[in-house]
Ligand binder design. Structure first.
Ligand code: PBG
Length: 328
């Protein structure tokens, strides 16, 4: 018997394929991470992330300008702090005259319309390289002592002009804590995009190289989630919603498409996904070897993350993908 149903009819020409396409990427979907470093008029390549640079604060302005040209209007800056400024309590993280917060204020001054999401976690400023405070005797990560510091960090970022605060630390109760600190200080208009389900992932390797922020001792498994768990992500989601998060995030993205899908089904909040450094590095490395078509793979990866349920994607591919989308 010949087939009655022929799904191929809906694939028979480019126009028809376009007509029935279910997921479409646009530059509005992207949030572009930026690495900021000390110095002047320099951009240094990150070897494990071809095409991604650490920019000095003056040069990051040019980079934001170039991205805005391409239609990218949301950025997630991260600081590369010199070792001498790091301490146990991440004191440099609240310095409004320091590298990071000055750069944030500068970007907002030059481009008031762009959205800046700042990162709340102690690791780039911590001599221990952990997201929370480390007990010097036991090596344990102290949840409640960290909240105080994270709240002050978020407040300083709001003062610098951050539009969205992005707690990436995975301490318990930090969304409620940060919300209260912001509200008590007349920053009720500043949003919180919570890293809701952030997994203890091997895919963060290149990011930690870029910021020299790897833990000096131990790992992050006592606060970041076990990659084997899915229902636990829904528990974190319920807590973040109750604590007042405006948006939720899943991180990493590609090995966690099922988590993105499931979280999307369980919330009315916007869902974002972080297509992390290692996911970027894998595609780039294979493309450099001639093993994959880098551009097609990039677009397929980003489309799959959106198809899984992400409303927005933090991705190192943003600039390159925006150029592809512009070309049409
Ligand atoms: C820090 C932070 C990390 C990333 C974003 N914020 C690293 C980590 O948790 O160790 C990783 C992002 C990436 O790999 O692209 N709290």
């Amino acid at each position: 018997m010949l087939p009655t149903h022929r799904p191929r009819r809906n694939r028979k020409s480019e126009v028809i394929r376009d007509m029935v396409q279910e997921t479409r990427l646009t530059t509005h979907d992207f949030i572009y991470p930026l690495f900021i470093t000390e110095g002047q008029n320099q951009q240094t390549p990150i070897s494990s992330m071809p095409g991604i640079f650490r920019f000095t604060a003056d040069r990051v302005i040019d980079e934001v300008g170039a991205c805005v040209e391409l239609g990218i209007n949301a950025f997630a800056p991260f600081p590369n702090i010199s070792e001498v400024l790091k301490d146990r309590l991440a004191r440099e993280s609240t310095n409004l005259e320091g590298l990071y917060l000055k750069a944030v204020a500068d970007i907002k001054r030059q481009f008031p319309e762009v959205v800046i999401m700042t990162d709340v976690a102690m690791d780039p400023y911590s001599s221990d390289g952990h997201d929370g405070v480390v007990d010097p005797d036991s090596g344990e990560i102290l949840n409640d002592a960290s909240l105080e510091i994270l709240g002050q960090m978020a407040l300083a970022q709001a003062r610098a002009g951050a539009d969205i605060i992005g707690p990436s630390d995975m301490m318990d109760g930090r969304v409620a804590w940060i919300r209260r600190v912001l509200d008590e200080n007349a920053f009720s208009h500043v949003s919180i995009m919570s890293y809701t389900a952030k997994y203890a992932s091997a895919f963060y390797g290149p990011f930690r190289d870029a910021l020299a922020s790897a833990p000096k001792r131990g790992d992050k498994k006592s606060y970041q989630m076990n990659p084997a768990n899915k229902r636990e992500a829904l528990r974190e989601l319920a807590l973040d919603e109750a604590e007042g998060a405006d948006m939720v995030m899943i991180k990493p993205a590609l090995s966690y498409l099922d988590i993105i899908h499931s979280v999307k089904e369980h919330t009315h909040l916007p869902v974002t996904a972080y297509n992390v450094s290692g996911e970027y590095a894998m595609v780039k490395a294979a493309a450099q070897n001639g093993w994959l078509d880098g551009e097609r793979t990039m677009m397929e990866v980003l489309t799959s993350i959106k198809r899984a349920g992400a409303d927005a994607i933090l991705t190192y591919f943003a600039k390159e993908a925006a150029a592809v989308l512009r070309r049409g």
